[in-house]
Design a protein around this ligand. Structure first.
Ligand SMILES: C[S@@+](CC[C@H](N)C(=O)[O-])C[C@H]1O[C@@H](n2cnc3c(N)ncnc32)[C@H](O)[C@@H]1O
Length: 274
């Protein structure tokens, strides 16, 4: 069964409205393979019928379609540089500012996928225990995809996933072996709270953030959606906070809400207080 152009357009329109994820025309095959299991699961006879059902779909079906169209690729300490900047620039600056204020440090991993980025941040926090002594550190990890968040919350990774980005030392220190898989240790897990959150919708009461890692998600959005999401993130941040984007992402010509730090092309700070 294949998707005709009209059906592709209808489903793509639904997906972009719900999630911001823009699907170019060459993604028809991807849509077919990802949505075929949903036809079976919901007893829907064709992609055309699915497109019709989406006009008045249940929350469950809507969520399943959006979830299937997300790309949750991630790995531990992805790109390394953001974590070097976290250790060497961001944490020392923020610790200095917060010293003696009694305020905690809030970190937000804004497209956490299957959890590797949030756990890499948690491991970095533990590795900086001395610097962070006396500071209450919290990591909020959010994503639109319920299935990715389930993996993240379980914190269980197979050998291949565990080896992608983790040194043997970190693996042994921060994970427990379960058969051929590895589970994040309770002290790492305890630093992270996972929550379903759509960056396009009102962010609710998630608190004021000092550090936001929002990596490899803006690439799926058009400029207008990027601007909307960035404004939402900006409103959620403390004025002295830091925003880290993905290696292929920039704000040049897109957002005036943030300014480059000069430390690195993917590291930004809020332009001014709102
Ligand atoms: C490629 S992963 C990035 C994972 C991680 N940040 C990294 O860089 O390794 C992109 C994630 O963005 C999430 N996503 C896409 N649209 C979203 C939205 N509107 N709100 C929240 N998360 C979204 C997807 O579910 C997916 O898990």
């Amino acid at each position: 069964m294949s998707i005709d152009q009209d059906t592709f357009d209808k489903i793509a329109r639904f997906v972009v409205l719900e999630s911001g994820i823009k699907l170019s025309k060459n993604k028809a095959y991807m849509m077919e393979t990802r949505l075929a299991p949903i036809l079976t699961r919901f007893g829907i006879s064709s992609f055309q019928n699915l497109a019709m059902r989406l006009l008045m779909a249940t929350a469950e079906l809507r969520q399943a379609v959006v979830d299937a169209m997300t790309t949750n690729e991630s790995f531990f300490f992805r790109d390394q540089t953001p974590f070097d900047l976290f250790n060497n620039i961001i944490l020392p600056k923020l610790v200095e500012q917060k010293s003696g204020t009694g305020k905690g440090l809030n970190i937000w991993c804004a497209a956490a996928a299957t959890g590797q980025e949030a756990y890499s941040l948690a491991i970095s926090v533990l590795e900086n225990a001395k610097l962070l002594e006396g500071l209450n550190v919290k990591i909020l990890a959010t994503d639109i995809s319920q299935s990715a968040l389930k993996t993240a919350q379980d914190g269980l990774y197979n050998q291949f996933e565990a080896q992608r980005g983790l040194s043997a030392q970190r693996l042994i220190t921060h994970f427990d072996q379960e058969g051929t898989a590895w589970r994040v240790k309770p002290n790492v897990r305890a630093l992270v709270e996972f929550k379903e959150l759509n960056l396009l919708q009102p962010l609710g009461n998630i608190g004021r953030m000092d550090i936001v890692f929002c990596r490899n998600v803006l690439i799926y959005f058009d400029v207008e959606t990027k601007q909307k999401v960035l404004l939402g993130i900006r409103k959620q941040m403390n004025p002295d906070g830091y925003l880290m984007l993905g290696a292929a992402e920039t704000l040049i010509g897109i957002s005036k809400e943030f300014l480059p730090t000069g430390e690195h092309q993917n590291l930004f700070q809020p332009a001014s207080s709102l």
